[in-house]
Design a protein around this ligand. Sequence first.
Ligand SMILES: O=C(O)CCC(=O)C(=O)O
Length: 278
Amino acid sequence: MLNAAQLLEFETNGFLKRDVILSNEEVEKLRQELDLVMEGKTERKAVLNHNKNEKKKDGLYDDMKMSVDEKVVQIVNIWMASDPFFQHASHPVICEEIAQLCKTDTVRIWHDQVQYKPPVSGGPTGWHQDHPLWPIIQPADLVSAWVALDDAIIENGCMWMVPGSHKWGDHQKYLASTSDFKPYHKQPDLLPQEAVVEAVPFEIKKGQVGYHHCLTWHGSPHNRSQLKRRAIAVHYMPGHTRYEPLKNHVMHQYVSVKPGEILVGEQFPVVYSQAKSI
Ligand SMILES: O=C(O)CCC(=O)C(=O)O
């Protein structure tokens, strides 16, 4: 449960670091499951399981260009392939805190996402905002829970965040990166006058959770260290999120409601409701 100071910190910055919520054993179990899914050894499959460097036909990170020898393994909806990952996505502490951050009484999974940056060859995830890359849902008030399966530190490509940027609107198409991975805006005059574009590292310990708003500018650089960088992000929807298709998205195939309706369905399970945590 988040206290008033933590809620204010999230409201101010658009991200918040919380506790270590997974034990070493729980992390180990998820790592083993991740290996099975990556190797295609599970009966049920995830929605995507690829090197996001290779071909970006999924519309998730269209803007990002990497050289072919760099690799970021991206798995979308690993919860569909692995029960332990579904249990993780249903974690009662995370789901309750997400409900607080989203100011909702119902929380659904929008989708999840593993990003694994292997040692030395791990590629970058360019500067972006999540919601503009999810062009089938409204409004832009989703919150993600990012849990590290290895210590995520500057050396192995932890995420970086721009404080306050969730309040500046949709600037996705103007986001760019310097060669040393500093974010900049291609047309800064479009930003609010008070905006300060300054990124801070978001280091997360193994088993710890960090939250970020779906409009917060974020990205993660290369992993040139000898360390793995594995993490699971679950992107959660508050109960009022509607299906509003503008462009395609990899989750489109699972939508069974009509435009304008609340995005409910088997593939968007409720993981928290105020009456009862599930
Ligand atoms: O894991 C990363 O480095 C990036 C993840 C991300 O962009 C997200 O969770 O929204």
